[in-house]
Design a protein around this ligand. Sequence first.
Ligand SMILES: [Zn+2]
Length: 321
Amino acid sequence: MRLPRHGHHSVAELFPRTHAEASPRLVIKPAPVAPPAAGHVPDPDDVGAALAPVVALLAGRKLAVLTGAGLSTDSGIPDYRSPGSPPRHPMTHQQFVASAAFRRHYWARNHLGWRHLLAARPNRGHRALARMEDAGLVSGLITQNIDLLHLRAGSRRVIHLHGRYDRVVCLDCGAVVPREEHDAALVALNPHWRERFQHVADLEVAPDADVVLDSTADFRVADCPRCGGVLKPDVVFFGDNTPRERVDRAYAFVDDAEALLVAGSSLAVMSGLRFVRRAHKAGKPVAVVNRGPTRGDDLASVRVHVGTSEALPVLARELGA
Ligand SMILES: [Zn+2]
């Protein structure tokens, strides 16, 4: 039998420049909290005052809400795009699809890391948005997060723009496998894998994470239980497109609303920025609440550089939720 194409390469060759990287959901240990960006950073006691222009802008208007990684940092899920975060080079969709070695590497780390998301709990920001929906203030919530914390907080009209961590899809037949079920299959194929590596979990974010990487070569990947095809987490990787149907449903949230609230997203990727453009083009006000500057600031009517855990409870209360 011929060796796979990558069989004789070292890990360093297989994962050039990505050897210490993985997508956020794979990392067990949260990155250090980023320092607040320079500029308009109000004292915590002044959050109410800082938010006054946002309240004035949004009061009495039905809102679409767009959220990103900044909302979940206080739930222990790191945001790799915030200022001060280490540069990341997550695996791309193309790498995952093209290479069995990349897939093995991905699943090996994901098998260790996904329970970190399972254990995460919503914070005050998530709960405030859920209260706003209950009070009839929100037409719909679009999130770039895959962590499901909005649903756990009680939000109902949620579009997971970049997918959700609790599902695995077959690239060949389209079957959807619950992540728990997939986990059981991986445990059966890789007994004692977690126990073996739990003690080196801290190395996941260390510069010399090669210990973990060198050890993924013998990980066994589970195939689709229906057709034997390639399984991929139901999340949008870098280099992949958000499904059109999902984008259209999210546009409808913006179209049904009278204003857009951006919370905890730096709008670094077009998948989020396009909703700001959509609202702006329709003449709808846009408010940005984020720890640092965002790529949509020029289009925003107001922006406040405050963390969402501090800001959203105040905003919800002031808007009557
Ligand atoms: Zn399949």
